[in-house]
Design a protein around this ligand. Structure first.
Ligand code: ACO
Length: 427
C-alpha cells in the first residue's frame, strides 16, 4: 500500500496521506481535502468514513472477529467477568487480582443513587417505557453529581465513569420496579455486580432473594457481549455529544436515546416476537419463504448485520448460554427449538448463503432474557446498562485525544439557493 492517495478533482490532483492501523483497512486522511480542493466528501451513514482513531474495539466483519483491546470476545465471554472487561476497556489492560478487587470495590461503592432520585421516578407514568425513564434519570445525574462534571480533569472523568457503570443497574432495576408497582430494592454490597442487579430487579423486601449462579453467569456474559462495539450509532452519538464539551451524564443520556431505536437496540425484542409467532418447527419453511420473497417486507429478525458478513461471534456464545439457562431454570420453552431449527435451515439455504446472512447477537439474546424473567420492554435497558462501559471508555478516549475537535459534519445542500424575501401581503 502506498502512503499517499492521489485524488483528482477536475484539473486538481491532491496527495492525501494514507494511515494504517494495527489491523483493518487503511484510511485516507482527507482532513485537508476541503482546503486543498474546495470540495467536501459525501458519505451519509459513514459507510466508508472513519470518524476517529480508537484503541478500544476491533471488528473484522468478514471473518466474524470482535476484539476488545485485542482480546477475542469468545475468550472474554468464556473466561472473564463483566467487571474485568469494564476494567480492560477503561484502562487498556487486564487487571491483576489486586487491581480487579480494588476496581470491583470502587464500582460496588458507587451503586447507590442519591435518595432524591427516587422521588424523580415518581414523576413518571407507571406505564412509561424503561428506556424513557433511563434517558431522563441518567440525564438528571448531572444535577446530582456536580463534583464529577469537569471534563478537563482526568480524575473527575474517571469518577463519572465509575459512577455511571455502577449506578446503571440500580437505575434500570428501579425503572422495572416502578413499572410493576413494587418497592425499590437498595443495592447489596455483598453481591456481585450482576447478582446485585438480579436481586434489585426480581427481589422483594418480603423475601430473601437467592441468586441462581447459572443465571448470574449467563447475564454477566450477556453484559460482556454488549460491552462495546466500535463506532456504532449510539457510541458515535456519545462521542458527538461529548465533542462539544457536554458533561458525561448528558452524553450517556444521548447514547441511551439513540440505542432505543429499533434498528439498533430493539432487534432482540423483534427476534423473540418472531420466534413466538412462528411457534412450531413445522411453520419455519413458510417464514423462510416469506423472508426470501422480494414482494414481502418480512425479514428474519436476528439475521444479517451491516458489518458481520459471517457468523456474529457473539451469537455463538449466546446459543450456548441459552442451553445453560434453560437447564438451570428447568425451562422448556419451544421457542429455543424453533430458533435452532430456523438457524439450521437458513444457514443451508442458498438465499442466506449468497447474501452472507448469519444469526446476529440478537437472535438468541431475547430467548435468554425472557427465560430469566425480563419483560421485552427491559431488553434494550439491559443493553444500555452493559454498553455504558463502552460509551464512557470511548468518551474518555475522545476527550484525551489531542486531535479531538467538535464534531461538525458538512452537507450536500439541495434546498433553494439565495432568493429575495417577499413580504406576506405580496405572496
Ligand atoms: N432476512 C431476509 N433478507 C435479508 C435480511 C434478513 N434478516 N437481512 C438482509 N437481507 C437481504 C436484503 O433484502 C438485501 O437483499 P437484496 O440485496 O436482494 O436487496 C440483502 O440481504 C442486504 O441487506 P441490506 O438491508 O442491504 O443490508 P444492511 O447491511 O443494510 O442491513 C440489517 C443489515 C439492517 C441488520 C439487516 O440484515 C436486517 O434488517 N436484519 C434484521 C434485523 C436485525 O436482526 N437487526 C439487528 C442487527 S444487530 C444489532 O443491531 C445489535
Amino acid at each position: 500500500m502506498t502512503d499517499t492517495a492521489k485524488i483528482t478533482l477536475g484539473d486538481k490532483t491532491v496527495d492525501s496521506p494514507v494511515l494504517s492501523g494495527t489491523v483493518g483497512p487503511d484510511v485516507v486522511d482527507i482532513r485537508k481535502f476541503y482546503a486543498q480542493t474546495g470540495a467536501f466528501t459525501y458519505d451519509p451513514g459513514f459507510t466508508s468514513t472513519a470518524s476517529c482513531e480508537s484503541k478500544l474495539t476491533y471488528i473484522d466483519g468478514d471473518e466474524g472477529v470482535l476484539l476488545h483491546r485485542g482480546y477475542a470476545i469468545g475468550d472474554l465471554a468464556e473466561h472473564s467477568s463483566f467487571m474485568e472487561v469494564c476494567y480492560l476497556l477503561l484502562n487498556g489492560e487486564l487487571p491483576t487480582a489486586e487491581e480487579l478487587e480494588a476496581f470491583d470495590n470502587t464500582i460496588t461503592r458507587h451503586t447507590m443513587l442519591h435518595e432524591q432520585l427516587a422521588t424523580f421516578y415518581r414523576g413518571f407514568r407507571r406505564d412509561a417505557h424503561p428506556m424513557a425513564v433511563m434517558c431522563g434519570v441518567v440525564g438528571a445525574l448531572s444535577a446530582f453529581y456536580h463534583d464529577s462534571t469537569d471534563i478537563q480533569d482526568p480524575h473527575q472523568r474517571m469518577i463519572a465513569s465509575h459512577r455511571l457503570i455502577a449506578k446503571m443497574p440500580t437505575i434500570a432495576a428501579m425503572a422495572y420496579k416502578y413499572s410493576v408497582g413494587q418497592p425499590f430494592i437498595y443495592p447489596d454490597n455483598k453481591l456481585s455486580y450482576t447478582g446485585n442487579f438480579l436481586r434489585m430487579t426480581f427481589g422483594v423486601p418480603a423475601e430473601e432473594y437467592e441468586v441462581v449462579p447459572a443465571v448470574e453467569r449467563a447475564l454477566d456474559r450477556i453484559f460482556i457481549l454488549h460491552a462495546d462495539h466500535e463506532q456504532n450509532a449510539s457510541t458515535s452519538t456519545v462521542r458527538l455529544a461529548g465533542s462539544s464539551g457536554a458533561n458525561p451524564f448528558a452524553c450517556i443520556a444521548a447514547g441511551i436515546a439513540c440505542l432505543w431505536g429499533p434498528a439498533h437496540g430493539g432487534a432482540n425484542e423483534a427476534a423473540l416476537n418472531m420466534l413466538r409467532e412462528i411457534g412450531r418447527p413445522e411453520r419455519i419453511p413458510e417464514y423462510i419463504a416469506r423472508a426470501k420473497d422480494k414482494d414481502d417486507p418480512f425479514r428474519l429478525m436476528g439475521f444479517g448485520h451491516r458489518v458481520y458478513k459471517n457468523y456474529d461471534p457473539r451469537a455463538t456464545v449466546m446459543q450456548k448460554t441459552v442451553r445453560e439457562v434453560f437447564d438451570a431454570l428447568k425451562v422448556n420453552d419451544p421457542v429455543f427449538e424453533v430458533a435452532l431449527q430456523l438457524e439450521e435451515m437458513a444457514l443451508n439455504d442458498s438465499y442466506f448463503i449468497e447474501k452472507k446472512l448469519f444469526p446476529n447477537v440478537d437472535f438468541y439474546s431475547g430467548v435468554i432474557l425472557s427465560a430469566i424473567g425480563f419483560p421485552t420492554t427491559m431488553f434494550t435497558a439491559l443493553f444500555a446498562l452493559a454498553r455504558t462501559v463502552g460509551w464512557v471508555a470511548q468518551w474518555n478516549e475522545m476527550i484525551s485525544d489531542p486531535a479531538q475537535k467538535i464534531g461538525r459534519p458538512r452537507q450536500l445542500y439541495t434546498g433553494p439557493a439565495h432568493r429575495p424575501y417577499v413580504p406576506v401581503d405580496q405572496r
